[in-house]
Design a protein around this ligand. Structure first.
Ligand code: TYD
Length: 153
């Protein structure tokens, strides 16, 4: 089992799509191990997007991420990091495949609905950045027999 960070970005809040996007992750079979709303600030965004701080679009990206609170989610499942990236789709919504979240819900490279961790290292660092340990819940084996074969998890 892996855990990964998803942020529902301000574009999702503004367009009142939170329920719809959360529902896609749930229907896929990913489990919600943590979820909360939070207002991001300069400090957390400069850490979260450290690889982009020098890019010309960074000030606009930061402003767009502070426009409303975001919904931070910890999703879990077998291979959850790659699965969530796959169903999130390519960064630019205009180029993202139909059937992916970005491909189905946006027209933008920046107002692109969700953030999803892109590697195990990023997922670990990002979950620690956005959640306190006690905000991530242990769901146990609750429904694993419905989601996976016995030798899959
Ligand atoms: P990046 O980490 O490259 O993509 P992803 O979100 O798919 O992991 O970029 C982070 C965010 O930066 C991206 O979701 C939207 C924003 N961004 C822009 O605003 N303009 C750009 O040209 C790029 C590449 C990203």
């Amino acid at each position: 089992m892996e855990r990964t960070l998803v942020l529902l970005k301000p574009s999702t809040i503004q367009r009142q799509l939170c329920g719809e996007i959360i529902s896609r992750f749930e229907k896929k079979g990913l489990r919600i191990a943590g979820m909360k709303m939070m207002q991001l600030d300069d400090k957390i965004l400069e850490a979260h997007y450290a690889h982009l701080v020098g890019k010309p679009f960074f000030p606009a990206l930061k402003a767009s991420m502070m426009k409303t609170p975001v919904v931070a989610m910890c999703l879990e499942g077998v291979d959850a990091i790659a699965v969530v990236r796959f169903i999130t789709g390519y960064t630019n919504g205009r180029k993202a495949d139909p059937g992916t979240i970005r491909g189905d819900y946006c027209m933008s490279n920046q107002q692109n609905i969700v953030h999803a961790s892109d590697s195990p290292e990023a997922a670990e660092a990002e979950l620690a950045r956005f959640f306190k340990p006690e905000e991530i819940y242990n769901l146990g084996d609750l429904n694993l027999d419905r989601l996976y074969a016995i030798d899959e998890n």
